[in-house]
Each structure stands twice: as C-alpha cells, then as structure tokens.
Design a protein around this ligand. Structure first.
Ligand code: G1P
Length: 244
C-alpha cells in the first residue's frame, strides 16, 4: 500500500488566513496541519508516500517535511505539483506513476484523525479490490460528502447536499485498488469545475465494489471553516505528549 497526501486547493473557506500560505501549513494547535495526516499514514504502516500540492507555497512543504525521515519514512517522501486547483480527484491522478501497481491510501491534508486506520489498511491490502471509504456522523452534513445507507449498504453519496438525507459524512481517507487511475480518467468536471472524489466513490458504488467502515475515533476536517480549525486545535491540545 502506498500513501497519497493531498494538500492542494485554494483554502478559500479559511480566508484571510490562507491568503498568504497554503491551508495545510496552518497550525493545528502545536503542529502544522499536514503533520497529522502524514502521521496517520505512517502509523498505518505505509512507507512510501507522495504529497501533492499546488499554488505559491509548494516549496514550503519541502522545507517543512524534507525527506520525511523525521516521521520514520524509510523511503524519501515524493512530491507532485498540481498546476491548477482542478479538484481532489485530479490531484490524485498526478500520483499515477508513483502508485504503479500498488493499492493506495489517499488522505486529505486537512483531515485530523484521532485513531489508527492500520486495521482497515491491512484488511484492504489483503484484498485490494474496489474501494473503501470511512463514515462518521456529523452535525453539519451540508459541508461534506454524505452517504445514505439502506439495509447496511451505501446506496448513494452526494457531495455537499443542500438537503442531506443522512448525517453520515465520508471522511477524507480513501483506499483504492490500483485501477483507480483509470476511473479518474472517465470523470467529468462537476458544476464547480472540479474532478470530485465523490464521483470516484460513486463509480465504485455503481459497480458494487465500494466497501465502507464506520470510523470510531475522533475525526475533524480542519479546513472546513475557521471554527472547525479552532475546534480541531482544541481537541488536539487534549491529546497529550506526541513524538513528532
Ligand atoms: C472533501 C470531499 C468530501 C469529504 C470531505 C472530508 O471536501 O469532497 O466528500 O466529505 O473532503 O473532509 P472538501 O472539504 O475538500 O470540500
């Protein structure tokens, strides 16, 4: 399993904080935001990781993270540059050569997870077909990709629904088979002109190849709003001593 850490986008929901830096470099309590998802990947046993970013601050990720050795990565961290903010699925497509024949764990650089995903990663690695997503109940479903369940199966995922049919958000961690890059090539831009990760999930759903887990630990999307950034920082402040 290889890891893909997505740190693109323009971060408009966090203006003015993101006017002069990349959202994923902002502090979450005492660490830059990107540290947390990177550690989630490393802790899950993923040793080869590519970070995809864009905009005017790409070089700062290199200065901050370098080879990733500090995080325990044995192979140097790889980097890709997204020239335009064309969406999460587009950012993913830039990692095609890096991934090769390997299944991938994609994580959004603003997603902060309180518990390990190692078990799910190991389970998917043992049978890397289709895709796996993680669901978590939220109280503001219009801000996320929202899944509707029927008889224990996902029947639909809608990106930021105006009239949500459930409170189950698809969190920003996705496990994919190696053929996901072929799926991304079939996508059309959404109304906001982006290739949506939700469309990748819906592709697998239509094929009957979308697995899911209810994520039990703490989950926060620190990029969702200024108040989410504060709430996630307050949560992390209570986590106690960490090694990096
Ligand atoms: C993205 C996805 C959304 C998902 C969310 C989780 O939204 O498009 O489906 O629920 O991440 O953080 P974004 O926050 O990038 O708008």
């Amino acid at each position: 399993m290889k890891g893909i850490l997505l740190c693109g986008g323009s971060g408009t929901r966090l203006h003015p904080l993101t006017k002069v830096t990349n959202k994923h470099l902002l502090p979450v309590y005492d660490r830059p935001m990107v540290y947390y998802p990177l550690q989630t990947l490393v802790q899950a046993g993923i040793e080869e990781i590519m970070l995809v970013t864009g905009g005017n601050h790409a070089g700062e990720f290199l200065r901050l993270l370098g080879t990733g050795a500090e995080f325990g990565l044995k192979k140097p961290l790889s980097y890709a540059y997204q020239e335009e903010a064309l969406g999460i699925a587009h950012a993913l497509s830039l990692a095609e050569d890096f991934a090769g024949e390997s299944p991938v764990c994609v994580i959004l650089g603003d997603n902060i997870l309180g518990s390990s995903i190692a078990d799910a990663v190991a389970e998917f690695t043992a049978d890397p077909r289709g895709a796996m997503v993680f669901l978590k109940e939220v109280d503001n479903p219009s801000e996320y990709g929202i899944a509707t369940l029927k008889d224990g199966e996902i029947i639909e995922i809608v990106e930021k629904p105006r009239k949500p049919k459930s409170y189950l958000a698809v969190i920003g961690v996705y496990l994919y088979e190696p053929a996901v890059f072929e799926v991304v090539k079939t996508l059309e831009p959404s109304a906001r002109g982006e290739l949506e990760i939700t469309d990748v999930s819906n592709h697998y759903l239509r094929q009957g190849k979308l697995k899911y887990k209810l994520y039990e630990g703490y989950w926060g999307d620190a990029g969702e709003s200024i108040s989410a950034l504060l709430a996630v920082s307050n949560e992390v402040a209570g986590w106690g001593r960490r090694e990096i």
